[in-house]
Design a protein around this ligand. Structure first.
Ligand code: NDP
Length: 463
């Protein structure tokens, strides 16, 4: 008889956990997986997927405006928030079913319950009031929005979770944060007709991105009508007599809004999981500390995805899950590769980026070439929309390696995926130069910027 009930038990049914469970079950392992809320996790239920659907919804007003230059007359359009939320819910429910089904049809057992560790091989399934045992345990419990408890009046604020299911669309919203979530939601709400203000503590939104993209996105968002206030934070939020909110800023201004949203980063879900009982070590913000192979300090307990606070992106969690399966069950240790991860911000216009920003490359390399183009996308010639596109390649002058590629404009995310392959493969600028353009596209600019716009030597811009 087997020593344990399962070869693998996964706690957390998000993108990473489900992938680990499904692939392990498909190998013939006895797998159980527990999810306390809904299978699909942050990405499917209250993250990437509903967000992208909302982005599409919020883009229609601009499409209607742009249509005029192409000869179309669009009658005054009306928007119904509840229809959008209901249709989004239907799609999410469909995907949730597929996630669960995927595990079960591979032979795994899915449990709808909170699960906590009792010791390094024992898991309590709370809804079932029983324990099970497993040889290997994977923790993939993800993260949640930082609640920012230090802010007086934080209890009046919403987070990205609630933003997807508001009973009604606010007339005015103030969003705090300058990262992916704050910027994406500012554009979504503005596009849906909400009076939108973004408050960011730093000097420019989207701290980890190339400065050119950050500045140009900021300008474009302001031109659309989003108010962005940098170098500012909330001092307090208060509920007014009329039910609206006063958002007090440290600089003294008071903003009135129907909703105040906090998007100030996310923290790992590791409380009350029995980690101490199992002897699993955590880091500064509660993240599970793992080695290069996603193994915790306890030999049979692993962790992947946001709960480890490495790179908080769905595809990274999935990649970590696949590496885990190789390492734990196929005698082929594979460490997840977190280098050169392409990413997109679904702002409007969109950002697609991979590799080093100009500033980061200038810090690390003695001599870099910067190829930069700004132009009006062809679509906007007839639409008349005053919006530019930006493309930028950062090249190491010595080796000719393309170190970074940065795009702001329509479909930038789609382009970033393909550029991700080029940079991962270590292609040089000469490879880009001898690639034939696809015409007429915006992306052709990436292979037709033959002369550097300027050089950066020893951190100084020249030429
Ligand atoms: P981010 O880490 O992207 O941004 C957090 C923002 O909050 C930063 O601007 C940060 O400022 C600010 N901040 C943090 N603490 C405070 C504070 N105490 N007071 C004021 N401002 C503060 O987190 P998000 O919440 O936007 O998103 C979480 C993660 O989810 C992202 O890192 C990303 O990996 C992932 N995600 C990915 C998406 C995509 O792929 N398109 C979409 C949405 C989320 P500062 O810059 O100064 O540190």
């Amino acid at each position: 008889m087997a020593q344990y009930d399962y070869d693998l038990f996964v706690i957390g049914g998000g993108s990473g956990g489900v992938r680990a469970a499904r692939l392990s079950a498909a190998l013939g392992k006895r797998v159980g997986i527990a999810e306390e809320y809904r299978f699909g996790g942050t990405c499917v239920i209250r993250g990437c997927v509903p967000k992208k659907l909302f982005v599409y919804a919020s883009q229609f007003p601009e499409h209607f405006e742009d249509a005029a230059g192409y000869g179309w007359t669009v009658e005054p359009a009306r928007f119904d928030w509840r229809t959008l939320v209901a249709n989004k819910d239907r799609e999410i429910a469909r995907l949730e079913g597929l996630y669960r089904q995927g595990v079960e049809s591979a032979g795994g057992e899915a449990f709808q319950t909170r699960a906590v560790l009792v010791d390094r091989h024992t898991i309590l399934l709370e809804n079932e009031n029983r324990t099970v045992t497993a040889g290997q345990i994977m923790i993939a419990t993800g993260g949640r929005p930082n609640p920012h408890l230090a802010l007086p009046g934080h209890e009046h604020c919403i987070f990205s979770n609630e933003a997807f299911d508001l009973p009604e669309l606010p007339k005015a919203i103030v969003i705090a944060g300058g990262g992916y979530i704050a910027v994406e939601f500012a554009n979504i709400f503005h596009g849906l007709g909400v009076h939108t203000t973004l408050i960011y503590r730093g000097k420019e939104i989207l701290g980890r991105f190339d400065m050119d993209l950050r500045r140009m996105l900021h300008e474009t968002m302001e031109k659309k009508g989003i108010r962005i206030i940098c170098h500012e934070i909330f001092s307090a939020i208060e509920r007014r007599g009329d039910g609206r909110l006063d958002a007090y800023l440290q600089g003294g201004e008071v903003l009135v809004a129907d909703q105040v949203m906090l998007a100030l980063g996310r923290i790992p879900n590791t409380e009350d999981l029995g980690l101490q009982a199992a002897g699993v070590e955590r880091g500064k913000i509660g993240e599970i500390l793992v080695d290069d192979y996603s193994r915790s300090n306890v030999e049979n307990i692993w962790a992947i995805g946001d709960v480890t606070n490495r790179v908080q992106l769905t595809p990274v969690a999935i990649h970590e899950a696949m590496c885990f399966v190789e390492t734990a069950f196929k005698h082929n240790p594979v460490a997840p590769d977190h280098d050169c991860v392409a990413t997109a911000v679904f702002s409007q216009p969109e950002i697609g980026t991979v590799g080093l920003s100009e500033d980061e490359a200038a810090r690390r390399f003695h001599h870099i070439e910067v190829y930069r183009a700004t132009f009006r996308p062809m679509r906007h010639t007839l639409s008349g929309r005053d919006e530019k596109m930006l493309m930028k390649l950062i090249v190491d002058a010595q080796t000719r390696l393309v170190l970074g590629a940065h795009i702001l404009g329509p479909d930038a995310g789609e382009m970033a995926q393909l550029l991700g392959i080029s940079l991962k493969a270590g292609l040089t600028k000469d490879d880009f130069d001898r690639t034939m353009a696809v015409h007429p596209t915006a992306a052709e600019e990436l292979v037709t910027m033959y002369k550097p716009s300027y050089l950066v030597k020893n951190g100084e811009r020249v030429g």
